[in-house]
Design a protein around this ligand. Structure first.
Ligand code: FAD
Ligand code: SF4
Length: 463
């Protein structure tokens, strides 16, 4: 075995997987996991821990994999994370723990994410559960939203003894983990639901179909229903559009709507009565993970798919692994290209998109080179469906219905970063509701920080 190289991981063949919704990555076997774990040199001052937003004891759990004590490896991870099978699959490890892994200086970093996934899958398949909280203090806290931020805050508060209730607007808990990220990257029944059940098993109640701001307000929860503190983890579910002509045509979707229909309403499963109309030729506008997910979903639903992105490949914000998988599966890329108008037929349906070529100028405020239109370079893409994936912002409902809750110009809740405390006493917030669209692990980190601060606040209130 070459210790400089990661133990390769099996994946479904691109030609086969382009036609199904089963998981792309097949995971390590025990022997492969032990071999990969043996590449870790157990650094004394482990940089990987500092690179992890929830500070998992990475060398500690990896060492237990080497010892083949996977139960212990799982219990170590579980002290820090409620969602290891999920994070092992979707966290951008290449810019976090693996980016700073000492092994990566000469050769490949240790495959930390794939090892985390192995441990969590093994624990689930072998019926191993996280340990239960011992003491209950009977004090009630409410969590709004059941995405990674809310679930993490709920786990931490339940472990500290609080009586925790999550209020979730949709009929199923999980946030983007269930309605956004597709099955072929993150299986719902096999992976997401069991990790949510582990949080529920700590005594956390999850009330679905409750839209806070409509069914009940934060003020009512705190003043009438006895919740002493509230954590808002309501995410950033409001899609952005370009504002170009033709955007209201039939056949134009936001990536959110497209993916929600596929994931939550099972549009990809022919045995359900909730199909989605996908034309034969689809363009996805945008270059992030969400755009890759929408493109790869449309491909699996039988379309020929093109990603349209105004900068170059270097600036694509999606994870490298996702871009690589999309290319392998046959997604086309029109880079340095910007849509100008969606062309509509006489019945109001999309028939094409007029685009213009771009070139990169000086760096803008974001540090990335600004795309500039090349005059006279217009061309038409022949299409039936356009999926807009241009980012999202928080839904204004909670802010507009809660007294004293401040937001910034992007519609995000303003909090003290160190504690997650908002401008309203007793109300904490974190995850995409505060940052706008970010990542699973950052949302989890924010849930954890807020839980600690909520506990401090409640203890001080008690005195
Ligand atoms: P969410 O996951 O959005 O959860 C918020 C929850 O709050 C939702 O369930 C919502 O229904 C609920 N809610 C909203 N308003 C109310 C209300 N008024 N009352 C009650 N409930 C409410 N990140 C990665 O790290 N890796 C990836 O590969 C990745 N891929 C992604 C792919 C897609 C398609 C998308 C959309 C995002 C992706 N992300 C990825 C980003 C990541 O999923 C989010 O950053 C993360 O889920 C944010 O967590 P959250 O808990 O803040 O919010
Ligand atoms: Fe192991 Fe890499 Fe972490 Fe060092 S930095 S302890 S080699 S995973």
């Amino acid at each position: 075995m070459d210790v400089l190289k990661k133990v390769p991981i099996k994946e479904q063949d691109p030609k086969v997987r382009a036609k199904n919704f089963e998981e792309v990555c097949l995971g390590y076997t025990l022997d492969e996991a032990v071999a990969e774990a043996s590449r870790c040199i157990q650094c004394k001052n482990a940089k990987c821990i500092k690179g992890c937003p929830v500070s998992i004891d990475i060398p500690g759990f990896i060492n237990e994999v080497v010892n083949k004590d996977i139960n212990e490896a799982y219990q170590i991870i579980n002290k820090y994370s409620a969602l290891p099978a999920i994070c092992g699959r979707v966290c951008p490890q290449e810019v976090q723990c693996e980016q700073v892994c000492i092994r990566g200086i000469k050769g490949d970093p240790v495959s930390i994410g794939k090892l985390e996934r192995f441990v969590a899958d093994w624990a689930r398949e072998n019926g191993i559960k996280p340990s239960q909280p011992k003491n209950k203090n009977g004090r009630k806290v409410a969590i709004i939203g059941s995405g990674p931020a809310g679930l993490t805050c709920a786990k931490e508060m339940a472990e500290m003894g609080y009586d925790v209730t999550i209020f979730e607007a949709l009929h199923e808990p999980g946030g983007v983990l269930v309605y956004g990220i597709p099955e072929f990257r993150l299986p719902k029944e096999a992976v997401v639901r069991p990790e949510i059940e582990n949080v529920r098993a700590l005594g956390v109640k999850i009330e679905t179909n409750v839209i806070v701001g409509k069914s009940v307000t934060i003020d009512e929860l705190m003043n009438d229903e006895g919740f002493e503190a509230v954590f808002v983890g309501s995410g950033a579910g409001l899609p952005k559009f370009m504002g170009i002509p033709g955007e209201n045509a039939n056949g134009v979707f936001s990536a959110n709507e497209y993916l929600t229909r596929s994931n939550l309403m099972k549009a990809f499963d022919s045995s359900y009565d909730t199909p989605i109309i996908t034309g034969k030729k689809v363009a996805v506008v945008g270059g992030g993970n969400v755009a890759m997910d929408a493109a790869r979903t449309a491909l699996r639903l039988g379309a020929e798919v093109t990603i349209v992105y105004r900068r170059s490949e270097e600036e694509l914000p999606a994870r490298i692994e996702e871009v690589h998988h999309a290319k392998e599966e046959g997604i086309h890329f029109q880079l340095l290209t910007n849509p100008k108008e969606i062309l509509v037929d006489e019945k109001g349906w999309v028939k094409g998109m007029r685009c213009v070529r771009m070139e990169l100028g000086e760096a803008d405020q974001s540090g990335r080179r600004r795309p500039i239109e090349i005059e006279g370079s217009d061309f038409i893409l022949d299409l039936n469906t356009v999926i807009m994936s241009l980012g999202t912002s928080p839904n204004p409902l909670i802010i507009s219905t809660t007294k004293g809750l401040e937001s910034n110009k992007y519609g995000c809740i303003v909090v003290d970063e160190a504690t997650g405390l908002s401008s309203r006493e007793g109300v904490f917030a974190g995850g995409d509701a505060v940052t706008g669209a970010a990542t699973v692990i950052l949302a989890m980190g924010a849930g954890k920080v807020a839980a600690k601060a909520m506990n401090d606040y409640l203890l001080s209130k008690n005195v």
